[in-house]
Ligand binder design. Structure first.
Ligand code: SF4
Ligand code: SF4
Length: 308
């Protein structure tokens, strides 16, 4: 692994975050709980909270930028169900933020123009459809093929059903996407039966490390994060830099912290959430985790030099 060199500016920003500035770098805008699918283990589509209107979201995006966020994630539910998503994306870009949209991949990826999409992948073939519905996998794959020029990462949340398939997933999605990111399912109340235990997650992380070493798949998880999975679980709460994330909930509530807190009390000793895991390693100034953030948050974009 050869992490790219960081411009001194980025190092300066990370040092500021590490040693005092507790502002967020990423804002996660939950623009809807609605989804065109109804996955069993998903808590979001079961929440009955109406969407805010466009004007309110434009104001919230400005507020997020004022608080320091330079990276914006639109998520849901399925954010592409919002007819004004193009307006929100354009506004976030005008504010100077890098924009990512998390989607289940069933809606035309060419319809909007974010800096990147993260497409949620459950597995290959039937494994994907098992938690979604029949035919969704084929629809997603044809959408990926039809939009080869769009920047997209396959985002795979691992649990008991798809963990045996990581090799197959990496082989299948490497030619179709710009990267594959493995994450570990948090054991939400409604999902604890299928979530992997910390020791099972450790075993899976070893297999991912092995794949990165031996194959030329586009796995983007950092070694530093993968090596931390399942270790030091009793210290998670103290080390997790969840304050770097500003969550904007579907009802306009804004809060720095992790997404679990939007639903239930955190069980940090069972959590290996990938995004916060990478942030944890970045806060330790691990170059490969910093490099992961550079790629996924667009920190290599020169326009960030002009942001405060
Ligand atoms: S596609 Fe995603 S947001 Fe929609 S129900 Fe499934 S897990 Fe939830
Ligand atoms: S549940 Fe996970 S992401 Fe949330 S504060 Fe705990 S360790 Fe961090």
């Amino acid at each position: 692994m050869k992490p790219g060199l960081f411009k001194p500016y980025y190092l300066y920003r990370f040092l500021r975050w590490k040693f005092g500035n507790r502002g967020p770098i990423t804002a996660v805008a939950k623009v809807t709980n609605r989804c065109n699918l109804e996955c069993d283990h998903c808590p979001w589509w079961k929440r009955d909270i109406p969407d805010l209107d466009t004007e309110e979201w434009l104001r919230l995006l400005e507020e997020a930028r004022k608080r320091g966020a330079i990276h914006l994630i639109f998520e849901g539910g399925e954010p592409t169900l919002r007819e004004d998503l193009d307006i929100l994306i354009d506004h976030a870009k005008e504010l100077g933020m890098l924009v990512m949209v998390i989607t289940n991949g069933t809606i035309d990826l060419g319809k909007y123009d974010p800096d990147s999409y993260w497409v949620s992948v459950e597995g290959v073939g039937e494994t994907h459809d098992k938690n979604r519905e029949e035919g969704v996998f084929d629809k997603m794959v044809s959408n990926l093929k039809a939009n080869r020029d769009v920047n997209k990462t396959a985002c795979v949340t691992l649990h008991r059903y798809n963990a045996p398939q990581i090799e197959e997933i990496a082989a299948f999605f490497s030619p179709l996407t710009d990267g594959i990111w493995f994450n570990f399912m948090y054991p939400y109340e409604g999902a604890k039966d299928i979530a992997l235990s910390p020791s099972q997650q450790r075993d899976v992380a070893e297999r991912i490390i092995d794949l990165k070493d031996k194959e030329r798949y586009k796995i983007i998880n950092s070694y530093s994060y993968l090596e931390s999975v399942g270790r030091n679980m009793d210290k998670k709460r103290e080390t997790c830099p969840s304050f770097l994330t500003l969550l904007i909930d579907v009802d306009s509530t804004m809060k720095q912290g992790c997404t679990v807190e939007q639903i239930e009390d955190c069980k940090c000793d069972l959590c290996n959430a990938g995004c916060y895991g990478e942030l944890t390693q970045a806060m330790k100034l691990k170059l490969d985790a910093l490099n992961f953030l550079k790629k996924t948050m667009g920190l290599e974009s020169d326009k960030l030099l002009w942001l405060k």
